[in-house]
Ligand binder design. Structure first.
Ligand SMILES: [Ca+2]
Length: 198
């Protein structure tokens, strides 16, 4: 199977049987059956092309680096962050950063940082489509970029998974926490996007 999201579900009959049983009724003895129909396998490039064409973009303006609606965001940026690449009023959610405080105890090179101490900043990055590869990169001179070794998320994580740090993800943005190093020069971040290789 190609990379991407694959969803198959067939639990309705079993759920119905469970419902009957829980109400003291006897389900029919016929076996639970399921069918899977309309299975479509589409590679990343053809999915991108289809979405561009379905939004009404002329074929000669669908390239990933083009900006079909002239709103300043490339077609791929809009595809990755869920806005309409053919509507000037539809823009990707903004990427921004802000200083924050620790929400957990941590050992730093100047001692123990306690919850509430300043010393980190949060980058807020919109969730990225599972059909796009995205990586966070950082630079101090806007020339040399290195990859930040984190995984960008496709959606808000489930609340029953407890992770440290407990990042304040929102419905639209993932929070990425980085330590502040006051000896460092100004640091820039960017998100590098590409379509997965088929
Ligand atoms: Ca655009």
């Amino acid at each position: 199977m190609p990379a991407g999201v694959h969803e198959v579900s067939w639990s309705a009959n079993q759920a119905y049987k469970d419902f009957l049983t829980s109400h003291g009724l006897r389900p029919a003895t016929t076996p639970t059956q399921a069918w899977v129909g309309d299975l479509r396998i589409e590679n990343a490039e053809s999915r991108y092309q289809r979405v561009m064409e379905e939004s009404g973009i002329p074929i000669e303006q669908t390239a990933v680096n083009q900006d079909a609606d002239g709103d300043g965001f490339s077609n791929l940026q809009e595809y990755a962050f869920g806005s309409d690449a053919n509507d000037r009023s539809s823009l990707p959610p903004p990427i921004f950063g802000e200083s924050a405080s620790y929400d957990y105890l941590i050992l730093t090179d100047i001692g123990i940082a306690e919850p509430g101490d300043a010393g980190v900043y949060h980058l807020w990055i919109p969730y990225i489509s599972p059909f796009v590869n995205g990586s966070l990169e950082t630079s101090t001179d806007l020339i040399h970029w290195s990859v930040v070794p984190i995984t960008l998320l496709n959606a808000k994580p489930s609340l029953n998974i407890v992770v440290i740090p407990n990042l304040p993800h929102t419905d639209t943005h993932q929070a990425i926490q980085r330590p502040v190093d006051e000896d460092e020069p100004c640091r820039y971040f960017r998100v590098n996007l590409s379509l997965p290789e088929s």
